[in-house]
Design a binder for this molecule. Sequence first.
Ligand code: SF4
Length: 407
Amino acid sequence: MKACVFTLGCKQNEAESASLMRGLEARGYEVTDELSFADLYLLNTCAVTAEAEKKSRQAVARMRKFNPSAPVIVCGCASEHNAEEFASRGGVVLVTGTARKDKILELLNERGVFHETEGCFTELPPPKATKTRAYLRVQDGCNRFCSYCLIPYLRGRSRSRTAEKVLEEARGMSAKEIVLTGIDLSDYRDGETDLGGLLRLLGELPARIRLGSLEVGVVTDAFLGQMKAAGNVMPHFHLSLQSGSTRVLRAMNRKYTREEYLEACGRIYRDFPDAAITTDIIVGFPTEEEEDFLSSLSIVEEAGFSRVHAFPFSPREGTAAYQMKDLPAAVKKERMGRMLAQAKAAEERYISRFLGREAVALFETDGGYTENYLRVYAEGAKEGGLYRVRLIEQEKDGVRAEILEEI
Ligand code: SF4
């Protein structure tokens, strides 16, 4: 990611810009002081003369010519003198004047750099009709800026589809299961309707509803209550974890602790005792020490995950974590081996609880999924068939089952 810090005026401005440039470099930006193409512009303005003010205003227009979609932050005397004038210009996302120059870097820490997209959800044609499982987009973008993730820079800020549009598309679907998707599904909001409210509305559908990836903060008593009340939402929670160590979570800019994560799991099991909680874990984040990794290993058992998607940390240019010292590949590889073994054991433990029990499964071409996301294989199951089955024994990545009846 490239940032351009363009300065007009006095030495004081030059000095302040130099500090800002250093701060941006520390956050992983390639920084230039020449007006050229960039992903972010910072304009330090001058008001010593009318001509200087005019040049400051013109600089915004020149930046927009280089990159019309890059955000522009304006600070300095001219913007202090006439903030409205700068704020009304296209691309300007922040005007700080002279007193709040120090706030710029803080703000970037909190919110990162974002493309101020049109701010509304981009409607696309409905996906191809299916009788089994269909995906329904309800949200896009992300405001969280986890330190290892590029998505907020690429997808822009969080925005949600209107509940009306979601319902309209859902009603037209013939699928027996609808999976709600979003980059940050937990952040869904259309006016007063949050994700729980949307589930209540989707409760009118005959289809099963499954949720995409969730963040810990959404798992409140109220949300779980709404999920229960909807009646057709599957007891499967993909609850993104990333690390079992609070220290590493902080370095990742994840906004919860290990304890808060486990409390959320506890609330889920209280309301949905057979729930499947699946998760993602990053192994070998730059600040992860052996003790932190052991915390990630132990939480796999403590949280009772039914499936863990573990992957080694890989630095992405343009993210804050890119600037951190990467761990040796051998350390990551060795930890991955231990994590995969732990994940496999957790999966087997979860599956074993259900052997001999009945379940309802929706079948696709090769096997199907129970309500709590157990992979099942049954002889004679037809694609698109919904069956009551008995779970017999572990097989491949799931369970062999016998069909009891078609539903
Ligand atoms: S990891 Fe997920 S929540 Fe974090 S910034 Fe990326 S998309 Fe957003």
